[in-house]
Design a protein around this ligand. Sequence first.
Ligand code: FPP
Length: 245
Amino acid sequence: MAFFRKNKKNEAPVNVPEHIAIIMDGNGRWAKKRGLPRTAGHRAGAEAFRRIANYSRSIGLKYLTVYAFSTENWKRSEEEVSGIMKLLGRYLEEALADMEKNHVRFCFFGDLSRLSPELQTLCRDAQERSRCYDEVQVNFCLNYGGRDELVRAARTFAAQVAEGKCGPEDLTEEAFSNYLYSAGVPDPELIIRPSGEMRTSNFLLWQSAYSEYVFMDVLWPDFGPEQLDAAIEEYNRRNRRFGGT
Ligand code: FPP
């Protein structure tokens, strides 16, 4: 059922989408502006994520998908990559400790096999132990790339055809969706990219077919409930036609 809440300015009802996805961009620039190392920007970015995850639950959002580490982010310095991995590990440890308080369900999109064994265990534990919660589901995109996801899905389907389990004619849009990391998750109605960049950067290529994009000038560490509200209000002003009139 759609969840409505009041718009602060004119009291018009605001429709909170079921699924919002966010490209958490601008951590490096945030740090640079302050003369700090990039890792400090990621630390502030992790705080911004905490704020938004809590707020998402309070407004009744069902799915929050965040781009935490892409298949291309391995090109960054070893120091920066290990800094981000440490932050993720720390966050998941805290989330596991606070699980019964926060009731967040965790899911991971991406090829986790390239992560450290410790981080893989944390991801697995968080996913398994939070399976029972149904307030908000956070999908962490980790070592995720939209093209990589599509190629893996195509390979899995081709392997099943080769084994004689199905034929090419069985592949429909709906069937293909079930080979993706996001199987069972509705497509995001709204995708937000802060930091002023206007690219999709290999994020949710299949799932974003009809998503509304909102690009914002704020850097991710400065992103909070006020910015999420503004993006949702902008989404409410859009006229979604899905190819119709
Ligand atoms: C993009 O900003 C951000 C990333 C590649 C990493 C995102 C990671 C986090 C927010 C921390 C992860 C931890 C948790 C708990 C979610 P950028 O570094 O590309 O910024 P720039 O474009 O300004 O250089």
